[in-house]
Design a protein around this ligand. Structure first.
Ligand code: HEM
Length: 497
């Protein structure tokens, strides 16, 4: 999931007119690709001091405080020691004294937050599992280490990223920030670390950070991709951006607060790597599928080294040699601009239920408007590399970024991952990697071109549990200054490298 299609600094720095990179928080349009992250969950106890803390983060003065990073990337070959981002929960906006009139205009999903949304009965699908965080399950909000309704509200999520091999800089900047938390009487409720694994792999062994939405007018050069570019309004609020429906997700929010802002669903996901590896071996034997690697590829839709099954379907010779610029340049059906492309309507190459196809069906047949539910994923693994039986917890810390949490993020989890109606060939199944499988195990369907077709594989255990989640509003720099009660642009652009 996530690392991201990082683009070297300076290359294609220019953005479309109207896209003010100095006002957009970093790690949104382009990922940092840093090695370490520490996510601080903070509580406000003194609004005045908390605002002064915020003001320091966007003052432009590094001598006073680390600065919030923007999309105005660092100069070529000058890698900054740290990057910093700030998101606020709905309770956090209240704690900072945002007026009622503005608060009520935030979308319901953001106001309610992930725990309440998880516990909400799905009126149109009562037998469903909602977002997959069932209250009686380990993934239930009452077991969460972050965003647990029984704990005090999280108000701010401050994410620190460093890139040196050693964690020295992470500790150094954490010490600086903790001093500022103390001055501002902010409560540190959790500090959650994540560390990149070699070759940009995530636990379960897959290479991640390959497919990200290409955004019209955004800087940088994304990998070639057959999908249409996304509208900036699918991710950014205000500023006259358009979303896929031709509208804007700003709604009635005050532009001074919300322009160039976005929403991020922060999620801590624990992965059961032992169960996953056992499943690969078991299914490859039980269903005579050759290698566990082939099973891994079918569950994800990509081989673990990154090649997509659509371009590299042969179980005997997964083609690791696909060039970097090719590995995201495919589709599941012919479409505009590639009318003769292979039509994998039945999922004989990439299963219809595989992770990447189920969560982004590209041009394949699916309920609703194609290409309308895109997500920017920024995440990093946590926990040590897998060692069987070490009893250590490991997983993924993910930021799922979008302009509308309900229409994009929640829809993908609730409908595409945990329901079976979005398209044909999914009946009775849930997404294999993160789906909320039934207690006695779920099913996964493989289509083949031989007499075994279809192969219905059973006893799929739940492989990923939610350990915590908060929904954040991620303001632009102008919006952060508004919240801090300081008018006008920073004394020079924020976060000079
Ligand atoms: C521990 C949990 C997860 C793991 C291990 C995981 C792993 C991966 C991997 C390896 C890829 C393919 C590499 C790439 O294209 O970057 C991927 C793609 C993707 N994942 Fe996940 N993921 C997880 C959770 C999620 C969640 C919670 C969501 C959505 C709410 C999600 C949505 C997506 C999407 C939209 C893609 C891109 C598909 C495409 O455009 O081809 N993933 N994930």
């Amino acid at each position: 999931m996530a690392a991201n299609t990082e683009v070297a600094a300076g290359e294609g720095e220019t953005a479309a007119p109207g896209m003010d990179l100095a006002d957009i928080q970093g790690n949104l349009l382009r990922g940092y690709g840093f090695a370490h992250a520490r996510h601080f969950a903070l509580g406000v106890t003194d609004a005045k001091r908390a605002k002064a803390f915020l003001a320091g983060l966007v003052s432009g003065d590094e001598t006073q405080s680390p600065q919030i990073s923007t999309e105005q990337h660092w100069r070529p070959n000058v890698r900054p020691h740290y990057r910093l981002n700030l998101g606020l929960t709905f309770a956090g906006l209240k704690a900072l004294g945002v007026r009622e009139g503005a608060l009520k205009d935030f979308p319901a999903a953001f106001q309610e937050g992930p725990a309440a949304r998880a516990l909400k009965v799905d009126l149109d699908f009562p037998e469903g599992v909602g977002l997959g965080d069932q209250k009686e399950e380990r993934s239930g909000p009452k077991n969460w280490i972050l965003g647990n309704p029984a704990q005090p509200d999280v108000h701010m999520l401050l994410s620190l990223y460093t890139n040196e091999h050693q964690k020295g800089p992470l500790e150094r900047f954490s010490k600086l920030l903790r001093k500022l938390f103390g001055d501002a009487k902010l409560t540190e409720m959790l500090a959650f670390d994540a560390d990149a694994l070699p070759e940009r792999r995530v636990h379960f062994g897959y290479r991640d950070g390959i497919a990200q939405p290409r955004i019209q007018g955004a800087p940088g050069r994304a990998r070639p991709d057959m999908q249409p570019e996304c509208e900036p309004g699918d991710f950014l609020l205000g500023c006259g951006y358009k979303n896929v429906y031709g509208g804007n997700y700003l709604g009635s929010l005050p532009p001074a607060l919300a322009d160039n802002g976005t929403y991020a669903a922060f999620r801590i996901l624990e992965q059961d790597v032992a169960a996953f590896e056992d499943l690969l071996v078991d299914w490859s034997k039980r269903y005579k599928l050759g290698s566990p690697e082939f099973v891994a590829a079918k569950l994800m839709g990509r081989w673990r080294h990154g090649a997509p099954l659509t371009l590299s379907p042969d179980p005997k010779s997964p083609d690791p040699k696909l060039a970097e610029h090719e590995i995201n340049n495919f589709d599941y059906a012919p479409a505009e601009g590639h009318t003769t492309f292979f039509d994998d309507a039945h999922g004989r190459r990439c299963p219809i239920g595989a992770h990447i196809r189920r969560l982004n069906p590209r041009s394949s047949l699916v309920m609703g408007r194609p290409h309308s539910r895109r997500l920017i994923r920024r995440g990093m693994p946590y926990g040590p590399p897998f060692e069987k039986g070490d009893g250590k917890e490991r997983g993924l810390v993910g930021m799922f970024i979008c302009g509308d949490l309900e229409l994009q993020y929640e829809f993908i989890l609730r409908v595409w991952a945990n329901m079976d109606l979005a398209t044909h060939g999914l009946r009775g199944t849930r997404e294999p990697i993160l789906g909320c499988q039934p207690e006695d195990g779920g099913e996964f369907v493989l289509r083949t071109s031989d007499a075994r077709d279809p192969i219905v594989m059973i006893n799929l255990p739940r492989l990923v549990q939610t350990r915590g989640s908060v929904y954040c509003f991620v303001p632009g720099i102008g919006g952060l200054r508004q919240l801090a009660g300081i008018a006008g642009p920073p004394g020079g652009s924020a976060a000079k490298p």
